[in-house]
Write a protein that binds this ligand. Structure first.
Ligand code: TGC
Ligand code: FAD
Length: 397
């Protein structure tokens, strides 16, 4: 790309400035464009209404996402697409440009519930659940957090006890995405021998899921409490490969990786909205984008957006080649969600009063990102995970 010294730079976009297209291969660009088209045609026209109503047509959307191969897309076999981690990340980015709730649906289905089955399940469990989950005809959820144990899941009280050859599960899980629409709940419980995971069909007697209402964030997403009262399961429902807390924490790495990219999508949608608004909104007889203070906001946001994208891409390429350490995923989750929420808030200021309405996506993204900042490990926990990696000293206990 070259320009004569005498030429003025014309209006450009953050993606063009950072040369994003040139960093992706044909397959990645195609994946990105396909998901972007889905978001434009199916999500963008509807999502403000879903958000206002506090609902999401999970079953319909899951089938549509499944038809595009987006559910469990980075897993191999069992009807999964087997793409690269980077391609999966780029799909998350585009989905979250629509709404964090849509990316959450895909994260929980593919990276938490399906990944747990794929990684730790028996062959029978994989055959039973994965093909239909990849098609979006069966929905999964992942129950780790409890009312009294969020950042510290090691304290979990949900209990799995033996009864002859069976298991009896008692306890509760809180803030579980897709909980009340799921066909199968991956439930983590404490047994006499340590933490174990179970694939619990949600029609098992004693299992109930209650939808959590009055959320001010992630309203286009189903969030639920799970209650397990004497839920009797055969040993064949236990994930045989999951033998300690390491198993659920490994699943979190996968979902956190999707968020590293997803947050960049929410940031891009806010930044593009603010940029367009700054060129059309006039005050003091000129577009507000002509004022230096607005340009400073746009330039700073573009820098942080581009840096976040480059970090996500770097982590994607690293995951696809040598793999990622958990603390490397923390670098991305901490930085990209933190910067995305700053971009959402600054974009809102550029939109003035219009920014607080549902007519524009900015406040919706900002509110969603409050949840994204908290789930999959809070800002504080990821800071401490990086601190532990740097110093060798654990500061959270
Ligand atoms: P600690 O003693 O450090 O570790 C226990 C065992 O696990 C291993 N481990 C990991 N393995 C893989 N990946 C990771 N990220 C791992 N972190 C730890 C560790 O090596 C050890 O293995 P072993 O073999 O020696 O036993 O465990 P700890 O109890 O001290 O806790 C560590 C801590 C605080 C980092 C962890 O508990 C944590 O990550 N807390 C945050 C909880 C969290 O992120 N919850 C997320 C719930 S799911 C969710 O939010 C879904 S939102 C989805 C959506 O809608 O998008
Ligand atoms: P707490 O752990 O009580 O933390 C409260 C505050 O204390 C935070 O700021 C935290 O960083 C801070 N804190 C805690 N410990 C320390 C420490 N040692 N040092 C410094 N600060 C500390 N969970 C699931 O299992 N499955 C799901 O599908 C799921 N979906 C979710 C969807 C939504 C919309 C939300 C909001 C949450 C979801 N969660 C899910 C739960 C999520 O993972 C937890 O909310 C998160 O892990 C934090 O737990 P907590 O809310 O109990 O906060």
């Amino acid at each position: 790309m070259s320009r004569q010294a005498s030429q003025q730079p014309g209006p450009t976009t953050p993606d063009v400035l950072f040369g994003v297209d040139g960093l992706l291969d044909d397959e990645e660009r195609q994946m990105r464009d396909t998901v972007r088209a889905l978001v434009k045609s199916r999500i963008a026209p509807e999502v403000a209404g879903w958000y206002e109503a506090g609902e999401l047509p999970v079953r319909d959307l899951a089938v549509e996402l499944g038809q595009l191969g987006l559910l469990g897309m980075h897993l191999e076999g069992y009807g999964c697409a087997g793409t690269s981690a980077t391609a999966y990340g780029l799909a998350c980015l585009e989905l979250e440009a629509g709404d964090s709730g849509i990316r959450s649906l895909v994260s929980v289905q593919g990276s938490l519930a399906m990944f747990a089955l794929h990684e730790f399940g028996s062959e029978e469990q994989k055959q039973q659940w994965l093909p239909e989950m990849a098609e979006g005809r069966k929905i999964g959820c992942f129950g780790l957090t409890e009312p009294d144990f969020g950042s510290d899941p090691a304290g979990m009280r949900t209990r799995a006890t033996r009864s002859g050859d069976d298991w009896i599960l008692n306890g509760s899980k809180m803030w579980i995405t897709n909980g009340s629409v799921a066909d199968v709940a991956i439930v983590w419980a404490r047994s006499d021998d340590g933490v174990r995971g179970f694939a619990v069909p949600t029609d098992t007697p004693g299992f109930t899921a209650n939808t959590i209402k009055n959320k001010m964030s992630l309203r286009a997403s189903v969030t639920s409490e799970l209650v397990l009262e004497d839920v009797r399961l055969q040993d064949s429902a236990r994930l045989p490969g999951a033998t300690s807390l390491r198993a659920p924490l490994s699943c979190l790495n996968e979902a956190r990786f999707g968020i590293v990219f997803g947050a960049v999508g929410a940031a891009r949608d806010c930044l593009e909205t603010a940029l367009a608004y700054s060129q059309s909104r006039t005050q003091f007889d000129r577009p507000i984008g002509g004022f230096q203070l607005t340009q400073q906001k746009l330039a700073d946001m573009t820098l942080e957006y581009g840096k976040a994208f480059l970090l996500a891409l770097h982590l994607g390429r690293t995951k696809d080649t040598v793999g990622l350490l958990p603390e490397q995923v923390s670098l991305g989750k901490l930085n990209n969600v933190r910067e995305a929420i700053e971009i959402a808030r600054t974009s809102r200021t550029i939109l003035g009063a219009s920014g607080i309405t549902g007519e524009y996506p900015v406040m919706r993204h900002a509110n969603n990102l409050e949840s994204v900042l908290t789930y999959e490990g809070t800002v504080e926990m990821h800071t401490l995970m990086i601190g532990q990696a740097l110093t060798g000293t654990q500061a959270f206990r």
